[in-house]
Design a protein around this ligand. Structure first.
Ligand code: IMP
Length: 522
């Protein structure tokens, strides 16, 4: 038997009709395999001739907003409030603040994000001189840190009268003592308006752990913490407005008339982008809302949705959407497909809507169902430019809610906005998460989501960099130097895919082990 010269193996590839594997269009032809989702396929590897660190993850969130990383936190009351939104923006993504609260509270959260100054804690936990040491120890246990400023009225803002540190309470046995008896009153403070590097200098010289910042009347306005300093100084990817240099912030609203009043407060607070939060986006209510926003606030970008078909997408594009959010029934807490019989497998939905929307220059966001870095890669390869995540970010330090222990595990609550629990938490105007499901006037709520809990994931300050690095490595394996190239090369047929049978999926997971520990990052 004669063989072809091995030295010509690469040239020999030209004799094949196409590259190995399938194009994304062949893969996603739903007339052949039905609707697919992320686990149903793999991306075939390309050639690595660059380090993963050069991979750019810059991605369009909307027509007018580009982010350094394609991560968006979901507008859910167990995922995104001010702290999450601040950290998502610092780390190159964006947070969308939920609307299952009063318009005033939501606007206040937007304000906190916009006013955030890197390194300064603008809403410090404060003590009253009357607080007991027992209460402080319980607070320390719950929050995981100690070192609290003490204000005259026990509120923030308030006049600073002392500071109580870990060391003050460490060996103090009498739990009935008052804070005023042992707090430090000989304070090193800095004046409002000081820069981070000046404050840093004072902290270094004073050798203190905390530096309270006060105004001319001695009112505490913020706090600087030594432990946060080194972590906070460097956020090169931060998402900021070009003109004001403030962090970018998004917020969700519904499609009721009262949402117009809500939006006015949010815009006043400095909102950059609004998400119209609906499980079925193709409604006259949403179309009218998009038109209203584009006419009233032309500088605010509108993310419309959710959609899973070309037909739904077309209506919202005509109305003026600046981006589309894709997903119905794919969320981890979601029972929409089961109860409503409506929805679409997420892979097919992302592919179908994204390929359609791109023709009009409208970016898309894959919302729900992301369980790991591989799913993010696949969403981008199918055409989404960003991913919205709920369960991936729930259970982090920055998500709302306190940790609790169950079965020996440290957990936080995570619930669907269409769960009975979330729908019952309705604000005074009645336009809470019910409006997402057109249920505000229902006598009996029909749940489209569940309430549950997720395991503690630590801080997003570590978790988002893990996702970022992981996505860079994934692009490297595929042989592309950017998230944009991943989408483009996939569309052109250059990046190849393979359908995965059920047994191929089993093979791709850990198997044949008696036991193992799955640690994803250190
Ligand atoms: P996850 O990232 O898979 O946890 O999904 C989060 C997404 O699920 C959100 O961004 C919403 O689009 C969607 N979602 C939130 N709450 C519910 C619900 O109660 N039912 C159905 N979908 C929901």
């Amino acid at each position: 038997m004669s063989f072809i010269d091995p030295a010509t193996a690469v040239q020999h590839l030209a004799s094949y009709k196409s590259k190995d594997g399938l194009s994304v269009h062949e893969l996603m032809d739903s007339t052949i395999r039905g609707g697919l989702t992320y686990n149903d396929f793999l991306v075939l590897p390309g050639k690595i001739d660059f380090p993963s660190s050069v991979v750019s993850l810059e991605s369009k969130l909307t027509k007018n907003i580009t982010l350094k990383s394609p991560f968006v936190s979901a507008p859910m009351d167990t995922v995104t409030e001010a702290d999450m939104a601040i950290h998502m923006a610092l780390l190159g993504g964006i947070g969308i603040i939920h609307h299952n609260c009063s318009a005033e509270d939501q606007a206040e959260m937007v304000k906190q994000v916009k006013k955030f100054e890197n390194g300064f804690i603008n809403d410090p936990v404060v003590l009253s001189p009357e607080t007991t040491i027992g209460e402080v120890k319980a607070l320390k246990q719950r929050l995981g840190f100690a070192g609290f400023p003490v204000t005259e009225n026990g509120k923030f803002p308030g006049k600073l009268v002392g500071i109580l540190t870990s060391r003050d309470i460490q060996f103090h046995e009498n739990l009935e003592s008052k804070v005023s008896e042992i707090m430090t009153t000989d304070l090193v403070t800095a004046k409002k308006g000081i820069t981070l590097s000046q404050a840093n200098d004072i902290l270094r010289k004073s050798k203190k752990g905390k530096l309270p910042i006060v105004d001319e009347n001695g009112q505490l306005v913020s706090l600087l913490s030594r432990t946060d300093l080194s972590k906070n100084l460097n956020f090169p990817n931060a998402s900021k407005s070009a003109d004001t240099k403030q962090l970018l912030c998004g917020a969700a609203i519904g499609t009721l008339d009262t949402d117009k009043e809500r939006l006015a407060l949010l815009v006043n607070a400095g909102l950059d982008v609004v998400v119209i939060d609906s499980s079925q986006g193709n409604s006259v209510f949403q179309i009218n809302m998009i038109k209203f926003i584009k006419e009233t606030y032309p500088s605010i970008d509108v993310i419309a949705g959710n959609v899973v078909t070309r037909e739904q997408a077309a209506e919202l594009i005509v109305a003026g959407a600046d981006a589309l959010k894709i997903g119905m029934g794919s969320g981890s807490i979601c029972i929409t497909q089961e109860v409503m019989a409506c929805g679409r497998p997420q892979g097919t939905a992302v592919y179908s809507v994204s390929q359609f929307a791109h023709q009009f220059g409208i970016p898309t966001i894959a919302d729900g169902g992301v369980q790991n870095i591989g799913h993010i890669t696949k969403a981008i390869a199918l055409g989404a430019s960003c991913v919205m995540m709920g369960s991936m970010l729930a259970g982090t330090t920055e998500s709302p809610g306190d940790y609790f222990y169950r079965d020996g595990k440290r957990l936080k609550s995570y619930r669907g906005m269409g769960s009975i629990d979330a729908m019952k938490k309705t604000d005074v105007k009645g336009n809470a998460s019910t409006s997402r499901y057109f249920s505000e006037s229902d006598a009996v709520f029909v749940a489209q989501g569940v309430s549950g809990s997720v395991v503690d994931k630590g801080s997003v300050k570590k978790y988002i960099p893990y996702l970022y690095n992981g996505l860079q490595h994934s692009c490297q394996d595929i042989g592309v130097k950017s998230a944009k190239a991943l989408a483009d090369e996939s569309k052109s047929g250059n990046i190849r895919f393979e359908f995965r049978t059920a047994s191929a999926q089993l093979e791709g997971g850990v198997h044949n082990l008696h036991s193992y520990e799955k640690r994803l990052y250190n």
